[in-house]
Design a binder for this molecule. Structure first.
Ligand code: ZN
Length: 62
């Protein structure tokens, strides 16, 4: 009886996990991808603004 309850509990947890993955596909991956560019970009030494690309900061400070 107790073993049946444990198996049922595990099945319910697995079902919840699958439903969560179906509802939010790649939600975790998206959150990680959002942080990667910010971490790689270097802030402007002059104004402290994060630069986008290699063209440099739009404040023109060097
Ligand atoms: Zn700047």
């Amino acid at each position: 009886m107790l073993i049946k309850a444990v198996i049922l509990f595990l099945l319910v947890m697995a079902a919840i996990g699958m439903v969560g993955k179906a509802l939010f596909p790649g939600a975790l991956g998206r959150a990680v991808k959002k942080r990667v560019p910010l971490a790689k970009s270097v802030p402007c030494p002059k104004c402290g603004k994060y630069q986008i690309g290699k063209s440099g900061c739009d404040c023109g400070g060097k």
